[in-house]
Ligand binder design. Structure first.
Ligand code: UD1
Length: 419
């Protein structure tokens, strides 16, 4: 996908069925390696990051079958400890989970670069600190990071410097087969961590404290295959809800877990947006527009960094936003690249350090480029709510996280074409 062409200005109304969570699917797919058996994944989103993860697993020897009824089964038995080429692993951030999984299964792991969205430095020192505590040694040569634990991993107490989602997931995977008890303190409590823990538990792991900041894992020598349904993608849901708010109709997302989106729905209520929450649905409407507010991102249950740019787009919309809004980004310091593109559309934005202030402005047609996945989603929101024709380049960055983007958008009345 190269380009999204948007004819903006239409009111969007209707329902969007939300798919499986990319951020839950990636660690779970790699965690399957430690089961050494066949695992079956339901509701696996067919987004490019997930397809790339399956390609990496295929390279390692896994046998993958896309079943007619929609589920994907992966036989992990034939996996061997090879090093996937950097070209494969560097395109997705999720490939970092190979480290924990391969280390737990083979006592060795190698990674030639991990990618994902470019928010400046994306360190993995906490992952490595934890692997070290579990008994692994580390070596880097010619761009390849190698971890070894020839005697196997041994449970330990690991206190993370920050509640990193990636490090918590990687260490959970590794600890599931380490000898003895591992305690991960200051762990992330994101729904995708709970989803990973549920998968590992279904495969025979012993994990306690899920959803809290202390995870305790009692390692077992072997796990077994499991069947798992990937949880709904809260970020996809949040993006369509933001779109509904931007475009003034009534948009309902279905198949969501509303509890995961409390930070967003609370923010919408503060903005004066009408929010209706059902058992697995959320609907929003803001026919008269909304107020700007101050949002601060942070680890769950705080406002998710992955919904920051979409919220920012709402604050820029002249005619819809009644007052200025701001976002303070506490997770990724360089997450403001989308502001350059919004400025091209006429947005007035002041960025200072980790905080950006957005003033409602009359936006106009422009040629813009998705700087990353969620930044691209923000541009889509701004374009769809503004009269005129917009071309968003680098559409592939957006496709990384939104399944059936074109048909879902058209389903609620958006005039878009993706090339
Ligand atoms: C983070 C988000 C996640 C989001 C993803 C992509 C949080 C807590 N995590 O997950 O929800 O889906 O970005 O946008 O909101 N850090 C270190 N050393 C490490 C690991 C992390 O310093 O070893 C720092 C990072 O620089 C960052 C913060 O910790 O400032 C959070 O990182 P982490 O949660 O690991 O990132 P992701 O797993 O990519």
């Amino acid at each position: 996908m190269r380009k999204i062409v948007v004819r903006g200005g239409a009111e969007l109304t209707g329902e969007v069925a939300v798919g499986g969570s990319k951020n839950a699917a990636l660690p779970i797919l790699f965690a399957g390696i430690v089961t050494e058996e066949t695992c079956v994944f339901y509701n696996l989103p067919r987004v490019s990051d997930v397809l790339r993860a399956l390609e990496i697993l295929h390279f390692l020897g896994a046998r993958i079958a896309f079943e007619k009824s929609g589920e994907v089964s992966v036989d992990y038995a034939p996996v061997t400890p090879k090093t996937p080429p950097a070209a494969l692993t560097s395109s997705i951030r999720g490939s970092v989970y190979l480290l924990g999984a391969m280390l737990a299964r083979f006592g060795e792991a190698a990674l030639a670069g991990a990618g994902g969205c470019d928010f400046g430095v994306r360190p993995i020192d906490q992952h490595l600190f934890g692997f070290g505590k579990l008994g692994a040694t580390e070596e880097r040569a010619e761009g390849v990071l190698r971890l070894r634990a020839e005697e196997g991993l041994c449970g330990a107490r690991i206190r993370l410097a920050m509640p990193s989602v990636g490090a918590s997931a990687n260490l959970l995977i590794a600890a599931s087969r380490a000898a003895g008890r591992t305690v991960i303190e200051n762990a992330a409590a994101e729904p995708h961590i709970a989803a990973l823990a549920a998968f590992l538990s279904a495969a025979g792991a012993h994990i306690e404290g899920v959803g809290t900041s202390t995870l305790t894992v009692i390692g077992v020598p072997r796990l077994h295959g499991a069947r798992v349904t990937i949880i709904p993608d809260m970020i996809e849901a949040g993006t369509y809800l933001a779109l509904g708010v931007a475009c003034g109709g009534r948009v309902r997302v279905r198949g969501v877990c509303p509890a995961h989106l409390t930070a967003l729905t609370d923010a919408f209520s503060e903005m004066g947006v009408g929010v209706e929450i059902g058992k697995d649905t959320i609907a929003v409407s803001a026919p008269e527009g909304y107020r700007g507010i101050d949002v601060e991102t942070g680890p769950y249950p705080a406002f998710p960094t992955d919904l920051h740019p979409q919220m920012a787009a709402l604050f820029c919309l002249g005619g819809r936003a009644g007052s200025k809004g701001s976002v303070t980004e506490n997770v990724w310091e360089s997450r403001f690249r989308y502001t350059e593109e919004l400025r091209r559309m006429g947005a007035r934005i002041d960025v200072e350090d980790r905080r950006a202030v957005f003033y409602p402005s009359a936006l106009t047609s422009a040629k813009i480029k998705a700087p990353d996945l969620r930044g691209g989603a923000a541009l889509l929101i701004a374009a769809l709510s503004t009269r005129g024709i917009f071309e968003i380049d680098n559409a592939g960055a957006v496709a990384r996280g939104y399944e059936h983007l074109e048909s879902k958008l058209r389903g609620i009345g958006a005039r878009v074409q993706i090339y």
